[in-house]
Design a binder for this molecule. Structure first.
Ligand code: PEP
Ligand code: MN
Length: 338
């Protein structure tokens, strides 16, 4: 981090408190006196430094970070891709996985049928929401604890590991047999939730917030990782833009940008990005070609009657076609280091 002072010779009364504060944080200082301004180079672990606080000081002109504020998620400190083992299913570092299932678990028949169909089509994990973050409090909120029990039944039936969203940390005991805990877009910056999940040893599927930058997504991953849980899967699921033709705008660039910045696996959710079932396949193929480590896709046995997100849900037949086409393009994907 570089602190640019307004003047070449700042008032020592204003400079000393800044230096002693930095020293108290174990941050070293190196001065470069220029023709008009003095620059202080900060050395050591500057992740603890509050950049806005320094910027607000009277003697300071500007502050610039040279290194990203995330460490554990940073590829600079961990060159190899992280591969996450979900009950024997490996995701990341060239191992591509398809996660599929309904937006929400609705009944035993529904989740078991969809689980069997997506497995037959090539999905290697089953998704299904039990606790649903709905925009309206009057909409179906999910079957909650009963939904989790039904997901576990579908897991037993098919052997597919299950992925489901947690909304409240007090529910964590219910997630003991869940294989991947999802943090939804709306909770990406629920830092207390992230900290608690950092104390678990379960893989966490962290979805990008509706209006969050990639750096913010990585800082949220850092919350989980700094607690000791390094098993984080990042998920691009579309962001809010001025465009209204789709539910969200899929940020394809997020895939190569994240691969560059982090060693964590990156998957894509084309269903929530599109909001329209017919767009899911092209977005899934584009994401695969852009280097995603996997896809998470909503599939329902009867989309028009789905209790949640029917418009973007694929039928099992449509998912079957998508999975077939994704498998066909996968070998064409250039190796990231190639
Ligand atoms: C979901 O996966 O069902 C979901 C609610 O997704 P998001 O948090 O991305 O909106
Ligand atoms: Mn959904």
């Amino acid at each position: 981090m570089i602190v640019i002072l307004k003047e070449k010779n700042p008032n020592p009364k204003q400079l000393e408190p800044l230096i002693s504060w930095l020293e108290s944080l174990d941050v070293g200082t190196q001065f470069t006196v220029g023709a008009r301004q003095t620059i202080i180079g900060l050395t050591g672990d500057t992740s603890v430094v509050d950049i806005d606080l320094i910027k607000s000081m009277e003697i300071v002109d500007d502050v610039k970070r040279v290194q990203e504020p995330y460490k554990k998620a940073n590829r600079k400190f961990h060159a190899d891709d992280t591969v996450i083992d979900v009950n024997g299913v490996k995701l990341g570092g060239g191992q591509f996985q398809m996660i599929a299932g309904p937006c929400s678990v609705e009944s035993r028949e529904q989740i078991c049928l969809v689980a069997q169909r997506v497995k037959a089509a090539g999905a290697t994990m089953l998704r299904g929401g039990a606790f649903k973050p709905r925009t309206s409090p009057y909409s179906f909120q999910g079957l909650q604890a009963d939904g989790l029990s039904l997901l576990l039944e579908a897991k037993k039936l098919t052997g597919l590991p299950i992925v489901t969203e947690i909304m409240n940390i007090s529910h964590l005991p219910l997630f003991e047999d869940v294989d991947v805990i999802q943090v939804g877009a709306r909770n990406m910056q629920n830092y207390d939730l992230l900290k608690e999940l950092g104390r678990t040893n379960k893989p966490i599927l962290l979805k990008r917030g509706l209006a969050n930058t990639l750096e913010e997504l990585l800082m949220s991953a850092e919350y989980i990782m700094s607690g000791g849980n390094e098993k984080v899967i990042l998920c691009e699921r579309g962001i809010r833009t001025f465009e209204t033709a789709t539910r969200n705008t899929l940020d394809i660039s997020a895939i190569p940008v994240l691969h560059n910045k982090t060693h964590l696996p990156v998957i894509v959710d084309p269903s929530h990005a599109a909001g329209i079932a017919s767009l899911v396949k092209p977005l899934a193929l584009a994401s695969t070609m852009a280097g995603a480590d996997g896809l998470i896709i909503e599939v329902h046995n009867d989309p028009p009657r789905a209790l949640c997100d029917g418009a973007q849900s694929l039928t099992p037949e449509a998912f079957d076609k998508l999975a077939y086409e994704v498998r066909n393009v996968l070998p064409l994907v250039q190796k990231r280091d190639g």
